[in-house]
Write a protein that binds this ligand. Sequence first.
Ligand code: SF4
Length: 227
Amino acid sequence: MGTPLEPRSAQAEEVVERLEAEYPDSTISLRFSNRLELLVAVVLSAQCTDERVNEVTEQLFEKYQTAQDYAAATEEQLAEDIYGITFHNNKGGYLKGIGELLVAEHDGEVPDTMSALTDLPGVGRKTANVVLQHGHDIVEGIVVDTHVQRLSRRLGLAEAERPATIEPELQEVVPRDKWQQFTHLLIDHGRAVCGARSADCDGCELADICPSEKGDSAVDLASGEPW
Ligand code: SF4
């Protein structure tokens, strides 16, 4: 078992420093060229891979270029145009609803506040945080996706189980100027080394400070279950 640094903020800083060295180009992997495309891509990415979203949006963004375009389409047409995305029927409805609300209340623009964003259909705090960070350069919170959720618990940075309660725990210990990058670093490390079912602790640069490290720890702190 690795020995985490104390206090927890020192652990967070060390994790960020090591992962920045490992993944110097870490950033969002969804493709977009404006705020509306970003919003749509993030909504589509819920429980779906970024690769699949990027495949589908390549054509989607040629066909739908404004909020009005989404508002004017039928849900069925939108669902067909995003076929291949998880829950495409529901998400087709979200895209139409988003288009309608943007047109009705925001002059067709993507708003820049957490409350206005989370009023949009299919948009929760995680999606809103991504849009604020990458669309408006506003870093108001930490995006907690499934990788961040798992790795934060494994590394002893958070004890809560749900993203909504993990986020404030992380905000306490991750340096504020690293909030945005923290997410991308943990996602990259989760994909490359510390997978849900395939943690490669032997090849991990965090092994000596990770309390879940398999060599000695019998327990995966993300699940609380034996490895
Ligand atoms: S791969 Fe193992 S040592 Fe590395 S962060 Fe994940 S659980 Fe910890």
